[in-house]
Write a protein that binds this ligand. Structure first.
Ligand SMILES: NC(=O)c1ccc[n+]([C@@H]2O[C@H](COP(=O)([O-])OP(=O)(O)OC[C@H]3O[C@@H](n4cnc5c(N)ncnc54)[C@H](OP(=O)(O)O)[C@@H]3O)[C@@H](O)[C@H]2O)c1
Length: 248
C-alpha cells in the first residue's frame, strides 16, 4: 500500500471538509434587483425603437431621458410622449442616466459611441443595434469586424459596462398605446452577472416582457442576426413577432 492510497487520506479529507465553510446556496436566477429608481437614457430615442422603449419604460414608471443629435428634436419627442420623459442631446442624456440604451442605426453606431466615450464611462450600456442589410431578397445579417454590434460597443467603450438586449422587439407594438402587454422574452447578454440582472429586471418592468440571460457578448452576433429571420416571418405572416425561450 502506498502513501497516496485514498483510504489512508480519508480521515484527513473528512476533517478538512468539516472545517470548510458551507457552500452558499445557488442564487435564484429570477431574484432580480429593484431597478425602479434608475434613470434610463435612450440614445437615438427620437427613432421608432428608441421612442417605443422610452414610452414603455416611462409607462411602467421608469424615469426616462430621450437623447438625440439635436436637443430640440429630443425635447419635442419627449413632449409628445409625456409621462415625465425628458429630452436632451445625446451627451447630456448619457451623462444624466444610469442605464443608457443605444438605439441608433448601425451606420451611426461606432461614430456615436466614440464621441460619447467619456459620458458613458461607468454607465450600464444596453446595445440593441442589429447590423442588417436589405436587398431584393429581404433582410440579412452583416458581418461585423468585432463580431457584433455589442462587441464593437465593448471595444469602443472600455470604461462602460456593456450589455446587449431588446433586439427582437417590434417598434410598432412598443409604440401602440392600445397594446397593454408586449408578449415576448428579451435575450440579455453581457459579461457581468450583476449587470445582466439589472437589464433583465428592466425588461421585466414592461408588462408581458421577461428578460432571459442568453450568454456573453461573444454570442451577440446570432442574437442580432436573428432579427433578419423575424423580419422574414413578419413579412410572410403580416405580424409583429416576438420570441419565447421555453422551459425557463
Ligand atoms: N425599429 C425596430 O423595430 C427595431 C427593433 C429592435 C432593434 N432595433 C435597432 O434599434 C436601432 C434604431 O432603430 P430605429 O428603427 O429606431 O432607427 P431610426 O429611426 O432610423 O434611427 C433612430 C434615431 O437615431 C438617430 N440617427 C439617425 N442616423 C444616425 C446616425 N448616422 N448617427 C447617429 N444617430 C443617428 C436619429 O435621431 P436624431 O436625428 O434625433 O439624432 C433617429 O431618430 C437600430 O440599430 C435597429 O437595428 C430596431
Amino acid at each position: 500500500m502506498t502513501s497516496t492510497d485514498s483510504t489512508q487520506n480519508a480521515p484527513a479529507e473528512a476533517a478538512a471538509a468539516a472545517k470548510a465553510p458551507a457552500k452558499a446556496p445557488a442564487k435564484d436566477p429570477w431574484d432580480l434587483p429593484d431597478v425602479s429608481g434608475l434613470v434610463v437614457g435612450v440614445l437615438g430615442g427620437t427613432g421608432d425603437q428608441g421612442r417605443g422603449l422610452a414610452y414603455r419604460l416611462a409607462r411602467a414608471g421608469q424615469k426616462v431621458i430621450i437623447g438625440s443629435r439635436a436637443a430640440d428634436r429630443a425635447r419635442s419627442a419627449a413632449d409628445e410622449l409625456g409621462l415625465g420623459v425628458e429630452g436632451a442631446d445625446n451627451a447630456e442624456c448619457a451623462r444624466r442616466s444610469d442605464i443608457v440604451i443605444i438605439a441608433v442605426p448601425w451606420e451611426g453606431h461606432a461614430k456615436t459611441l466614440e464621441a460619447l466615450r467619456e459620458e458613458l464611462a461607468g454607465k450600464l450600456v444596453v446595445d440593441c443595434v442589429n447590423p442588417l442589410g436589405f436587398d431584393k431578397q429581404g433582410a440579412y445579417a452583416l458581418q461585423v469586424e468585432e463580431g457584433s454590434a455589442a462587441q464593437q460597443a465593448a471595444a469602443l467603450l472600455p470604461d462602460s459596462r456593456v450589455t446587449a438586449a431588446f433586439h427582437h422587439l417590434s417598434a410598432v407594438l412598443l409604440q401602440d398605446e392600445s397594446v397593454e402587454e408586449i408578449d415576448t422574452d428579451v435575450m440579455v447578454l453581457g459579461e457581468v452577472r450583476a449587470d445582466t440582472d439589472i437589464v433583465q429586471a428592466l425588461a421585466a418592468r414592461i408588462p408581458g416582457m421577461r428578460g432571459v440571460f442568453a450568454g456573453r457578448l461573444r454570442n451577440a452576433h446570432q442574437v442580432e442576426s436573428l432579427v433578419a429571420n423575424l423580419i422574414s416571418t413578419n413579412r410572410r405572416y403580416k405580424a409583429h413577432s416576438g420570441l419565447r425561450v421555453t422551459d425557463v
